[in-house]
Design a binder for this molecule. Structure first.
Ligand code: NMX
Ligand code: MLT
Length: 458
């Protein structure tokens, strides 16, 4: 354990040792190219959700319209190939977290040390809360959740839980003490971020067992028990009540591929924006979760499963091209979007969809709902192209995730976005640490009125 701890402290030291070089590099970039233009801003961009405007620094990942996501330069197949961890095949999210924070592929020992550190944080948190519950000594986040109606949407509960835990923020306490130098900010943000990444699966598993599962035998209002010998994903799966190796393996894949998608998506951008005001990780990530809870963003995974179930009822097993096409067209006619299809940046099938499809082909090729998903992949793009307005007719990550989860027993689709949120904490909070370490500015873009635009061009 001592050896593991030393390796882990090595991670914090590694981040610290990189800071002067990174700050110098950013300073040189500004001095040399500060006045260069990175692009043009048209009225369409201003009026179209800032699409295509290069407006922020985000180091942990970069999205290319045609190549898809790269985490510190690595594609998903490259991650699966290069990241070490305790696994059959899928990397464990701890390895990704290390990579995002250091821009370095970690060794087995470094991943193991980070795993131990996160699991110790999770176990300490769960044990303290269970103890408070037992002696009614101190209210905790689980009391806050119990105060909410059970049917409160799980995403609302997860976001509320972040706020309920904000009192634990080491950064906020240090800031309030007035003794913290700007160069020290990142150290406390780091502690909060790692605490939060460790706590979220415990809170999420609690929300699942209290609010999502229907069968009395699976329900629980107890603080989940952490098994610190497992990795973050396997423990999350186990706390939810799913202990099979296949489900743990799926959880590793799920928590890795949803972690980061550059900085402009709603959840990453919201976290980044709120953090830039020096709001601590609990406040910042709660804002990110509120954005993730929208149906055009993370809630799409819930919407996809609802839609697939609707399709199963309507199609009654007839997945012929003609009937599936009519079903998709009817979705559009009813005024809805086709959930799980389209993207603001991507112009191809999402590589996250592709790796989930591979997982399905390996573990559940005969699943009926997977066959429907595959059929939709053949039909939907042409239907969307025919509208003449959809920029990207291909499926995104959300078109596939639910069908995997339901196969392994996680059938309650209103929980799916919570799992997305648990994963997204890894990317958003890594960047939050780096943003404070590198002294990023408070974010404050300029807005204009439509009258201002009219007057400028008339
Ligand atoms: N179904 C129907 N219409 C669509 C779809 C779709 N899947 N995708 C885009 N459009 C429409 C869009 O609503 C817009 O219509 P209008 O001009 O009438 O407002 C038009 O096509 C042009 O939109 P785009 O420029 O192609 O897409 P945009 O960048 O504005 O939005 C999404 C991107 C992802 C919000 C959009 O494709 C969408 O609503 N998809 C369905 C929801 C979804 O799957 N979201 C998950 C995204 C991934 N994630 O996890 O966050
Ligand atoms: C994401 O993972 O954040 C989504 O694909 C949305 C996006 O990138 O805009």
């Amino acid at each position: 354990m001592e050896e593991k701890k030393a390796a882990f402290d090595g991670l914090k030291a590694q981040i610290e040792s990189q800071i002067p070089e990174e700050i110098a590099r950013l300073k040189a970039l500004k001095t040399k190219y500060g006045h260069e233009k990175v692009g043009e801003v048209t009225v369409n961009m201003v009026m179209g959700g800032m699409r295509g405007i290069v407006g922020m620094l985000y180091e942990t990942s970069l999205l290319d319209a045609n190549d898809g996501i790269r985490f510190r330069g690595l594609t998903i197949p490259e991650l699966q190939e290069k990241l070490p961890g305790k696994r059959d095949r899928e990397p464990i999210p701890e390895a990704l977290l290390f990579l995002l924070l250091t821009n370095k592929v970690p060794t087995e020992g470094e991943v193991e040390a980070l795993r131990v550190d996160l699991m110790e944080r999770a176990e300490k948190f769960a044990k303290e809360c269970a103890m408070n519950d037992a002696n009614k000594s101190k209210k905790n986040v689980f009391d806050a959740l119990r105060a909410l109606p059970e049917e409160t949407h799980p995403m609302t509960q997860l976001s509320a839980a972040c706020l309920a835990m904000q009192n634990d923020s080491k950064f906020s306490k240090m800031y309030a003490s007035g003794t913290m130098k700007k160069t020290e900010y990142w150290k406390y943000i780091y502690e909060d971020a790692l605490d939060l990444i460790a706590k979220l699966p415990v809170v999420a598993a609690y929300i699942y067992k209290r609010s999502c599962v229907k069968e009395a035998a699976r329900k629980s209002s107890e603080v989940p028990t952490v098994d610190a010998s497992l990795d973050l994903a396997a423990n999350f799966s186990q706390m939810m009540g799913f202990s099979s190796n296949e489900c743990k393996e799926l959880m590793r894949l799920y928590l890795t591929i949803h972690a980061d998608h550059e900085g402009g998506n709603v959840s990453a951008h919201a976290t980044h924006l709120v953090g830039s005001a020096l709001s601590d990780p609990y406040l910042s990530f709660s804002a990110g979760l509120n954005g993730l809870a929208g149906p055009l963003h993370g809630l799409a995974n819930q919407e996809v499963l609802k839609w697939l179930k609707e399709a199963q009822v309507a199609l009654k097993g007839d997945y012929s091209a003609e009937t599936v096409k009519t079903f998709v067209e009817n979705t559009l006619k009813s005024g809805r979007v086709v959930p799980g299809y389209g993207h603001a940046v991507l112009r191809r099938t999402d590589p996250r969809y592709e790796c989930q499809r591979e997982f399905a082909l390996k573990h559940m090729p005969d699943d009926e709902m997977f066959q429907l998903v595959s059929r939709l992949y053949e039909i939907v793009p042409d239907v969307l192209k025919a509208t003449g307005k959809v920029q990207n007719p291909w499926p995104n990550v959300d078109a596939h995730s639910g069908v995997l989860l339901q196969h392994f027993g996680i059938k309650e689709e209103n929980f799916y976005t919570v799992m997305f949120g648990v994963s997204r904490s890894i990317g958003c909070l890594s960047q939050l640490i780096l943003s404070r370490a590198h002294g990023y500015a408070i974010e404050r873009p300029k807005s204009v009125t439509s009258k201002w635009l009219e007057e400028k061009f008339q």
